[in-house]
Write a new protein. Sequence first.
Length: 835
Amino acid sequence: MSAHSDETVDIGEVELLQAPELPMTSDAILSDLTHYFGRMLGRRTIRTASPFLYQAVVYATRDRLMERWGKTRMAIERDDNRRVSYLSLEFLMGRLLRNALLNLGIEKETAEALNRIGLDLEDVYDREHDAGLGNGGLGRLAACFLDSCATLSLPVVGYGIRYQYGMFRQRLENGHQVEEPDPWLREGFPWEVERFEFAQTVKFGGRTTSRTDSGGKTVFEWVDTQDVLAIPYDIPIPGYRNDIVNTLRLWSAAATDEFDLEEFNAGSYADAVASKNLAENITMVLYPNTATQDGHELRLRQQYFLASASLQDSLRFYTYHHGNDVRKFAEKNCLQLNDTHPAIAVAELMRLLIDEFGIDWDEAWDITRNTMAYTNHTLLPEALEMWPVSMFRRLLPRLLDIIYEINARFIEEISQRWPGDNEHIQRMSLIQEGSEPMIRMSYLAIVGSFSVNGVAELHSRLLTAGLFRDFADLWPDKFNNKTNGVTQRRWLAACNPQLSTLISERIGAEWKTELSQLQKLGGLAEEEEFRRSWGDIKLANKERLAKNIEDKTGLIIPTNMLFDVQVKRIHEYKRQLLNVLHAVHLYDKIRRGDGDDLVPRAIIIGGKAAPGYEMAKSVIKCINNVARVINSDPEMTDRLRLIFYPDYNVSAMELICPAADLSEQISTAGKEASGTGNMKFMMNGALTIGTLDGANVEIREAVGEENFFLFGLTVDEIEELRGKYDPQAIIDADEDFSRVIALLESRHFNRFEPNVLDPIIQSIREPADLWMTAADFRSFVDAQGRVDDAYKDVEHWTRMSILNTASSGRFSTDRTMRDYNDDIWKLDPIRLNLK
Ligand code: 26V
């Protein structure tokens, strides 16, 4: 055999990683990171600020993950574990280094290694760019799920998209939001491993043909397609000190070689390049969520690209072990759909089973329905996804055929249940008729899944009573609740190290994997000494945040102020406006000399508005204008601050939530599906002021009503009021409210910018205001008064703060993932070592 032969020699399986595990000592870490810095990255002098040092530290860490990653994969294959594919268009991972070191248990050793060469691990952490591949709660939830699944040893793979540009960065110009691209991959992303050997081909366009095969069966073919390559990039997801490393697999689009060649041969170089761009555009940028679903074709391409590549990958994995008989696929696989975004997977699995594996419709449908599970994340009807049939026909003709067939058979089922009831059929059809017929993606997800869940008790109840009522009547057993959570490893242990240490000193460290242990803090709330330590740590965290805010905005916030925080996407239903109205009310009260009883407050608001969501952008402008007036009034200096925190993201929250005294969860009742920021604040000892909405209901139940500031109309009261709502009458009847509106109208906050606040003022006055901001003004202001009273009694406040942390045990994603696994997934944990 010549040395240049392409033939490979069968040498049997060679285990390349036979070496003993890498030592976890500071010596070994130091030697590895200097190796990477000098020999791999080719740098000589180390400066803390260098991105290369950060990269070298990641490589040293990744080596230690890599061997565990391989062993996890081998154990799953050996035991032929049933596995879950978590399909999500968003994974809002944030930074990975601190979390990886914490979970591996080598944070101390790594810090020591760096110390020895005069460097600080904290500075290295700061060099990492956030992986901002998500909009907000839904994407961050997916990231917390991955951490908990790895910690619980559950074989769950995250499938998502490797966007070249993540969530846009927010800059402020004269109080207006300006969006900038987020080139987060620019300096490299050292965590990922490209796995081109697992690339998949995804088809678009073309047309379908059918023919009868030799056995008389009709066979469908999808031909003349434009194919795009899906290249997977794997990111390791370490469990907490259990040697498990799971996988987040992100797909990147690339042009196929044939695609290029065809055009090139046809003589058009420019067209070839244009086609290549079209293919690669698919994974270029994350879509920001707008108020209403907008239906861009590229977004549908993204959804299908993710669904198809991930399903083909799961089938590849299955057939590798089980051969081409895929009839037992559902026994070994479950696909959890994160909202309707990947719902096209229902039709795509049908297509693959029928067209590629030759399975009959009925059997394919059984497999599909036993594989898919769907999670809904919104109650806003205007956010429910629909795609024009015409777009489907052009882009995914074979999938449209399949959706029509699913619908025809489904309508048959409805007709049997409700004979002759055309209204039911129209209401429940997967196709919404009209001049532009639309496909209702949530209905496709419900019909094609064996489980449909909401994300908080109230939300799940409202789904089955409202949006999905007909489906719940038809299949009551399909519907269930899975209350959200957050991972305490990131949202307490990593982001609040001092509090974490204090807690572990007193109740042990078991809470890091069993959050219900925090209950034990309840008793300590009565200890004066413990309360003092608790308060000192909150103060230190407030100082850290104040410094960060001063660096970013130049504003100085006295840390004796109550830190009153609302950070989340800017949306009308979340009612940042109500918060601003309260700020204006306090400002007005102080100016009138009626503010002596008020507790000094820093109101901190942060969040991004979708670029196309004008009203949300006006809210940002409004906050900033009011802030400028308040913050430049010397009378306010020690009494009131209003801060708009720029470019809010995951890393910002890690600084913010440990420093908050008060958590604002003030959505219009019935509109916030769950909320997860509320849980992060609670875990870090903030008290909540909130409506009876989403998970607030469960938070209040857990901590007790005496430790929660409740206000506002209930869901039923909101619905009852619709049609009769008269905001002007409410304003007129309330002196404080009238003064606030008068001040806004006097252009006090927009002296040289006539009309910029008009849409805001108008929305408050609008009888058709869906969010009924005015309806809750009085009750909100009164509740804030109770907050002030409580805050004045430091001992009492600290007791309540401790009780909030102590009662947050239910809101760990460890609990959420156990619930998913017990009721939906039914996975056996990965066993690394056979006993
Ligand atoms: C919608 C769209 C539509 C257009 C393109 C991009 C895009 C991206 C995301 C969305 C869905 C928004 C739904 C959502 O984020 N729901 C949130 O889910 C959280 C986790 O369950 C929950 O805590 C929040 O209450 C809920 O608003």
